[in-house]
Design a protein around this ligand. Structure first.
Ligand SMILES: [Zn+2]
Length: 174
């Protein structure tokens, strides 16, 4: 699962080519941003980060690129409601925990929640293709800990983002 996170831009270009996507500079940069780690970003968050960290990029380009990425299964679209749509860099089957206080979204491994049993229900005989559950709850102060775990699990030695540098400083001080 960690293979595609923290890739450099050349590796991102290869990943896009593998999915039959012409790796234009902006597509590479959007994918590079998404694949920093497993994360859930809205189109607006992606546009803002593109404009602050990469070259300026129009809203239309961001939306068109995300649509293409969803179609080619580079990212997963996570629709909570019409105005809350996120793009998930983790395309493995999994569920989500949403912290009702912060709105933070956390991955739950697929094995934690079983597929529904339709037998005996009006839907008996229907075929389940995918189960994607959204669990809502409160983190009760676990947020920072979870964030750190996610950053640690996917940090690649090739990359040195500000966040991982900060983390490394913290660790060397300890
Ligand atoms: Zn997710």
């Amino acid at each position: 699962m960690n293979g595609k996170y923290g890739l450099n831009k050349r590796e991102i270009a290869d990943l896009l080519r593998d999915r039959d996507i012409n790796p234009t500079t902006q597509r590479i940069e959007i994918a590079h941003l998404l694949f920093e780690k497993p994360q859930h970003l809205s189109a607006e968050e992606i546009r803002q980060r593109m404009n602050s960290e990469y070259e300026k990029c129009s809203q239309a380009t961001v939306y068109n690129t995300l649509r293409l990425f969803v179609e080619k299964e580079v990212v997963r679209e996570l629709i909570f409601s019409a105005d809350r749509i996120y793009y998930d860099s983790n395309t493995d089957k999994h569920h989500h925990f949403v912290d009702v206080d912060s709105g933070g979204i956390y991955d739950l491994p697929a094995h934690m929640i079983e597929a529904p049993v339709l037998e005996g229900s009006p839907l008996e005989g229907a075929e389940v293709l995918e189960t994607s559950i959204i669990v809502r709850g409160k983190l009760n102060g676990k947020g920072g800990q979870l964030e750190e775990m996610q950053n640690n699990c996917c940090r690649s030695s090739q990359r040195s983002t500000l966040k991982s540098r900060k983390l490394a400083d913290k660790q060397s001080e300890a």
